[in-house]
Design a protein around this ligand. Structure first.
Ligand SMILES: *Cc1c(COP(=O)(O)O)cnc(C)c1O
Length: 336
């Protein structure tokens, strides 16, 4: 099966499973797991930040971060379609009594600073206290413009806001732009990164930041039910991924580029964008209906999420040969 639904569908490689099996472990709630500690230290070093905490998922990573920045009755500024706002079940509001203030995003994943400024609340009991700006990189596979990030950080500091980066795919941003992960993370108080997307680990995210934020996040992780015991078996997968699977993200980006190029030659569909490991496409009205199209691809061994507008994602388990097979299968499946 060629599964293009997400870069979360990867299975651990044999080498990763061997590293997991061999990992020294201990009870991490007591701080005894050497492999978890190694992962936390390694990730903090890669991101140029002081400390880090291993968490089960990107969603919990972002939530621990938000809880470490904001108290009950505070609010954070966040993109209208940002993951932390739209795709995490409203966790900050439900579990943290933190009010999100979603703000319209530009197509490139940035948010206008004037627009952000218009949502900052005055110090007045009518209003929630505006505390934090959360950005996302990559956003829909797009690398945030470096100069924009710097401007946004300067604005946030001048406004008295702290800064969180949802860097679930920060590694893709680093590989695509040639900018070091630490330079992408620079200027943020907290940065969350995923190990279970294109990097191929079965589980896990790391939240990195200042000692103070991470100590706080560690408490929140416990309260959220994310304190894990002999988690070194999982951390070993993450360490293996960081050591062996970052540079190869360039392959995923190349595969997505080739996929976009091949699809663009097929009638009845439009390739709307190709960003890092993602291809966005739209079926025209003269194409097969979305469910029929997806059903035909499934018969050819290709899994997608059916729709007239789709996101297809390249990852560790999609090869260059698979990409050619997808292009051929689409050409055959597209006619009504
Ligand atoms: C996937 C994702 C997350 C959440 O990660 P999970 O491990 O699925 O909880 C957070 N932010 C972004 C941008 C993501 O793509």
């Amino acid at each position: 099966m060629i599964d293009l639904r997400s870069d979360t569908v990867t299975r651990p490689t044999d080498a990763m499973r061997a590293a997991m099996a061999a990992a020294p472990v201990g009870d991490d709630v007591f701080g005894d797991d050497p492999t978890v500690r190694q992962l936390e230290e390694h990730t903090a070093a890669l991101l140029g930040l002081d400390a880090a905490v291993f968490v089960p998922s990107g969603t919990q990573s972002n939530l621990c971060a938000l809880l470490s920045h904001c108290e009950r009755g505070d609010e954070y500024l966040v993109g209208q379609t940002a993951h932390t706002y739209k795709y995490e079940g409203g966790g900050a509001a439900v579990l943290g009594s933190i009010q999100p203030q979603p703000v319209e995003m530009n197509a490139d994943g940035s948010i206008d600073l004037d627009l952000l400024a218009s949502y900052v609340k005055a110090d007045d009991p009518h209003f929630a206290r505006t505390r934090l700006l959360a950005l996302e990189n990559t956003k829909d596979g797009q690398v945030l413009d470096d100069a924009y990030v710097k401007r946004a950080q300067e604005w946030a500091r001048a406004t008295g806001l702290s800064l969180h980066l949802d860097g679930a795919r920060l590694w893709n941003a680093a590989v695509a732009s040639g900018v070091a992960p630490a330079d992408i993370a620079a200027g943020f108080d907290t940065v969350s990164v995923c190990l279970s997307k294109g990097l191929g680990a079965p589980v896990g995210s790391v939240l990195a930041g200042s000692e103070e934020h991470i100590a706080d996040a560690r408490r929140w992780r416990k309260m959220l039910g994310g304190g894990m015991r002999q988690a070194g078996v999982l951390a070993a997968a993450g360490l293996h991924a960081l050591e062996h699977h970052i540079d190869r993200l360039a392959d995923d980006h190349r595969h997505a580029e080739r996929l976009a190029e091949g699809l663009a030659t097929i009638d009845s569909l439009t390739v709307a964008a190709q960003n890092t490991n993602m291809v966005f496409l739209e079926l025209h009205s003269d194409a097969a209906a979305p469910d029929l199209f997806a059903g035909r691809l499934r018969e050819s061994g290709i899994t997608i999420i059916a729709g007239s507008a789709m996101r297809w994602v390249c990852h560790l388990d999609v090869t260059a040969i698979d990409v050619e097979a997808v292009i051929d299968a689409v050409a055959a499946a597209i006619t009504p």
